[in-house]
Design a protein around this ligand. Structure first.
Ligand code: 3PG
Ligand code: CO
Length: 552
């Protein structure tokens, strides 16, 4: 049972001045301290100095089982990280819940599967999602599990629409994943199964937080209408050719243009028609919400769908618990309750949350346990600074300055007891694999942190600085055993675009924090979920019993 009543802290008095919680997205504390650690290479005097304050700086685990992922080989990510930071709990996450449902067969007994299986004998079943083993949004072995289940339960015609990754896994691996999938499809007995369309995840279908609906529109055209600028007779040929770009500049997996697979006569092999079943096979929500709306909502004006087939549509999970989107799903999502946002609203604490579009839902939706609404709207102000729609190594400053200004204004306004900020740069620039751009991004974020901390200092407030997972802290692929950087034949380092397994820093301070307050030393294995109680303490509340213990 969860007690949603916050109690006063034994020794830390209620904060009279604002408490700042600042998340540096993708800022890990990595053991590899060579030039490929963009944070180490950057000018970071402010965050470096925090390490020297006795008892007020440490690291916590941000990956694997510490954040509810299946194993400690799983890197952390923003969804599970912000869920843990916001809720103070380690919850079995989508990746794990789907594994369990496939292992014990319950996935095939639930309503979602029964609903789509009505289409199996006479219509096509389509699977749309991210094709890789990254384990952040999806995993290809889960897709194969469902493909086999469909064939076993009588599906006669299966079409898979693939988004290539290169962001949670190394660039170029799309070739291997497509080869494997084509083999798996060929082995499905008794059905005609093919890859029908696709494109790179950053350019096709997987937009998030309405940063750019054009991305979703391209996906709709390719997957549903069978229309795309590039047509090939196999998916393998498509990605191999498209990766070459125009000859002068190659295109990476993340950014491949949309393509459609056609028969020899040039006709798309897998358009989506009335009566077909459609499964989105990603378990993670943020990049599936928009395409879900396109499939589910009768009233829809984000783009012209041209044709709106009446499908049996399900998500791998329900992606938005407030919107109940999609209405039908294969595996029930993690139930996250008693989150800090709810408790603080109930206690009458006014909060301000801000990031730019790319991370806006992270500090609101994921933070609040995958809820898109407010707990008490009059107490909560959420500000989204629009992100640019460009590859972020081209504009690595992103909106860090604007976010800093918004955060300072909120702190100085006197209207908010808690101000929560997320800086997107170390993560979003880290994902481009561009070391130089990422170094610049980290230097800028360090400067922005200074401005925010100075503002809290001037007000006599308290602050907590942390991150959700690693990314910028390693920008090169490394040899498994020796950790030595890996290079291409050309001599260029092989970029690491994904997150890392590194722990993340946590620092506390501010003139409003009583002097004796230090981190305890009996929680060496603490993780992100231990941070929630910590910032509740900074506000002057005790850590609720259903949350992981505070670091203080
Ligand atoms: C993405 O969606 O951009 C990556 O797969 C994960 O990044 P995030 O977890 O930092 O959002
Ligand atoms: Co990321």
């Amino acid at each position: 049972t969860i007690d949603t009543e916050l109690k006063p802290h034994d020794t830390i008095p209620k904060a009279e001045k604002p408490v700042l919680v600042c998340i540096l997205d993708g800022w890990g504390e990595n053991e590899n301290k060579d030039k490929f650690n963009a944070i180490h290479s950057a000018e970071t005097p402010v965050t470096d100095a925090l390490k020297e304050v006795p008892g007020r700086w440490r690291t916590v685990r941000a990956h694997g089982t510490a954040v509810g992922l299946p194993s400690d080989a799983d890197m952390g990510n923003s969804e599970v990280g912000h869920n843990a930071l916001g809720s103070g709990q380690v919850i079995d996450q989508g990746a794990r819940l789907v594994d369990i449902a496939l292992d014990n067969g319950s996935a095939f007994e639930l309503d979602g599967w029964k609903y789509i299986s009505e289409s199996f004998p006479d219509n096509t079943v389509h699977f749309i999602g991210l094709l890789s083993d990254g384990g952040v949004h999806s995993r290809c072995n889960q897709l194969v599990g469902f493909l086999k289940g469909a064939a076993k339960d009588g599906a006669k015609r299966i079409r898979v629409h693939i988004l290539t990754d290169g962001r949670d896994v190394p660039d170029g691996t799309s070739v291997k994943f497509v080869e494997e999938l084509e083999k798996d499809l060929a082995e499905l007995s008794g059905c005609d199964a093919k890859i029908a369309s696709g494109g790179g995840r950053m350019h096709v279908t997987m937009d998030r937080y309405e940063a750019d609906w054009k991305i979703v529109e391209r996906g709709w055209q390719a997957h549903v209408l069978g229309e795309a600028p590039h047509k090939f007779t196999t998916a393998l040929e498509a990605i191999k050719t498209l990766r070459e770009g125009d000859g002068s500049k190659a295109i990476t997996d993340q950014w491949l243009p949309p393509f459609v697979v056609t028969d020899d006569g040039g006709k798309a092999v897998g358009t989506i028609e009335d009566g077909d079943a459609v499964v989105l096979f990603n378990f993670r929500a943020d990049r599936m919400v928009e395409i879900s709306k396109a499939f589910e909502y009768e009233e829809f004006n984000a783009f012209d769908r041209k044709r709106f087939p009446k499908t049996r549509f399900v998500g791998m999970m329900q992606y938005d618990g407030d919107l109940k989107l999609p209405a039908r799903f294969l595996v029930p999502p993690p139930a996250i309750s008693g989150v800090s946002g709810e408790l603080l609203a109930k206690a009458g604490v006014s909060t301000f949350a801000c990031s730019e579009t790319q991370k806006f839902g992270h500090v609101t939706f994921f933070w609040n346990g995958n809820r898109s609404g407010y707990f008490k709207e009059d107490l909560e102000t959420y500000v989204e600074i629009p992100s640019d729609a460009v590859p972020f190594n081209e504009a690595p400053d992103m909106k860090a300055r604007e976010i800093t200004e918004a955060g300072k204004e909120a702190l100085l306004s006197g209207k908010y007891q808690m101000v929560r900020i997320n800086f997107a740069n170390p993560d979003m620039v880290g994902h481009t694999g561009d070391l130089e751009a990422c170094v610049g991004a980290c230097s800028l974020v360090d400067k922005c942190v200074k401005e925010l901390l100075d503002t809290v200092e001037s007000l006599g407030g308290r602050w907590l600085l942390t991150a959700d997972h690693g990314n910028a802290d390693d920008m090169v692929q490394r040899a498994k055993k020796t950790n030595a950087p890996l290079f291409a034949d050309s001599g260029a380092p092989l970029p690491l675009t994904s997150h890392t397994l590194a722990p993340v820093p946590v620092a506390i301070g501010g003139p409003g924090l009583p002097e004796g307050i230090k981190f305890r030393d009996d929680l060496p294995n603490a993780g992100l979920a231990n941070i929630t109680g910590t910032y509740l303490n900074l506000l002057g509340f005790a850590t609720p019993a259903h949350m992981e213990p505070s670091l203080i």
